[in-house]
Write a protein that binds this ligand. Sequence first.
Ligand SMILES: Nc1nc2c(ncn2[C@@H]2O[C@H](COP(=O)(O)OP(=O)(O)OP(=O)(O)O)[C@@H](O)[C@H]2O)c(=O)[nH]1
Ligand SMILES: [Mg+2]
Length: 202
Amino acid sequence: MINKAVFKCSSEKISQVPKDSLPDIAFIGRSNVGKSSLINMLTKHKGLAKVSATPGKTRLINHFTINDSWYLVDLPGYGYARTGKSTRNTFAKIITDYVFKCEKMHFLFVLVDSRLEPQKIDLEFIEQLGMNGVPFGIIFTKADKLSKTQLERSVSAYQKRLSEQWEELPPMFTSSSEKGTGRDEIVGYIEDILKDFNKDSK
Ligand SMILES: Nc1nc2c(ncn2[C@@H]2O[C@H](COP(=O)(O)OP(=O)(O)OP(=O)(O)O)[C@@H](O)[C@H]2O)c(=O)[nH]1
Ligand SMILES: [Mg+2]
């Protein structure tokens, strides 16, 4: 259950993230995929994370304290050419530092647009997670834009693609921030992760 969600801080670099021992559950994915919207939907708190139709809205690492015991973390999107140049910095340093170096980062949800076939940039990012042993799951967003059959097709395309490379598949969820779909499954999964975390840290 998420009973309480409060904005904690925005960080420009990982040296600024909270120094306490509360675990981070973070959300990443391409710009505009719906990370901030999903955080608002999960916390049932409209306007907690800033949402925009223009990609590149979230520029900083945003920590939200949940139930005074863990953090939901909203990250900037990747793959957005802010400068408009073709030479974009695919994965900004702020993202790679946080995901691969920050010890607080406990579990990462990678958001992908359910309407698209597996995208190179997402597959590349997922591959890096796998190689670096970062625990992650995949959330298919904007499910309200697809029929049930189309959605199932999208998920199986990903499963097929990832099983070419990985023996074990990450957990996968479908969501719609518009409709609230997927909330119980995602929150339930986070609860399980945190139970294990608390067991291990005792
Ligand atoms: N139909 C529909 N639209 C959505 C959903 N989630 C997000 N959107 C829309 O997609 C756009 C981007 O949403 P954001 O939550 O700001 O996306 P983001 O991933 O945080 O984007 P950046 O911070 O720019 O990286 C907004 O116009 C949202 O209203 C969804 O589940 N369904
Ligand atoms: Mg955002």
